[in-house]
Design a protein around this ligand. Structure first.
Ligand code: IPE
Ligand code: IPE
Ligand code: MG
Length: 246
């Protein structure tokens, strides 16, 4: 039987799951280098794992999953690596259409996707269109995403409203700012997992992660398995989130 959120019960139904999970898919390059392969092969292995993990997250009942695939700073990489990534994104998204037709996942892309090639933008549009008729997990794929860029974009939208006299500066609230982010309408991220051992946020969900739990794991993304995710989810369930209270 196909794995869907409907027919696989959560591991422990009483366990507290994050409503919104974020994953920084890091370590593809080191995974390839360790094997004497070009970095692009690591990205290929990372993309295959991405597919496996979204299916798994949907099956255990995660409401909202944000996967960091390409940051606004990743353009700094050598041209051939960026080129290989763009080719891979295209191949992946062509394939993903078939996958997303079967899975009950609402696919959304967050980040400035206007800079991508026409072919890639068309694939993004098609994938999002399929997602619109679905009711299952929200999957945000962060591509050309940066938390700072997202905040600048929201600020511009609010400034425009002030200029158009729809709003006065004093009326701007935290909720209003949240409602102008790419993730508008979604809960704040509860848990961020970073494989690859790096202890930094690298411009990911800056506003939404104000009170997120953070778990760094010493595993490179292509090697990251559903069991590793389960370990992180168990750790999350045992954390005491206080949100500034006692
Ligand atoms: C993450 O893996 C993928 C992207 C940023 C596109 P990296 O390519 O950053 O892998 P490492 O960190 O160099 O091992
Ligand atoms: C963060 O990883 C971005 C993605 C995984 C898409 P990076 O590899 O770009 O982050 P830094 O450079 O180590 O901070
Ligand atoms: Mg990296």
């Amino acid at each position: 039987m196909k794995s869907t959120a409907q027919n696989i019960p959560p591991k422990e139904s009483s366990r507290l799951l994050p409503r919104h999970l974020g994953i920084i898919m890091d370590g593809n390059g080191r995974w390839a280098q360790k094997r004497g392969l070009p970095r692009s092969m690591g990205h290929r292995a990372g993309a295959a794992n991405f597919k496996k993990m979204i299916r798994y997250c949907n099956s255990i009942g995660i409401e909202c999953l944000t996967m960091y695939a390409f940051s606004t700073e990743n353009w700094k990489r050598p041209e051939d690596e960026v080129g290989a990534l763009m080719v891979l994104f295209k191949q992946y998204l062509k394939d993903a259409i078939k996958e997303f037709l079967k899975e009950n996942v609402q696919v959304r892309f967050i980040g400035d996707t206007s800079v991508f090639s026409q072919g890639l933008r068309e694939l993004i549009r098609k994938n999002e269109e399929i997602g619109r008729s679905k009711t299952g997990m929200i999957l945000n794929i962060a591509m050309n995403y940066g938390g700072r860029l997202e905040l600048v974009r929201a600020t511009r939208m609010l400034a425009q409203k002030v200029k158009d006299q729809e709003l006065s500066p004093g009326e701007i609230t935290e909720e209003m700012l949240s409602a102008h982010l790419y993730t508008a309408g979604q809960p704040d991220v509860d848990l961020i997992i970073r494989p690859s051992g790096e202890h930094r946020i690298s411009n990911f969900l800056l506003w939404q992660s104000a009170y997120a739990e953070y778990i760094v794991m010493d595993i490179l993304w292509p090697d990251f398995t559903p069991e590793d995710l389960e370990h992180a989810l168990d750790e999350y369930a045992n954390r005491n989130r206080r949100f500034g209270g006692v």
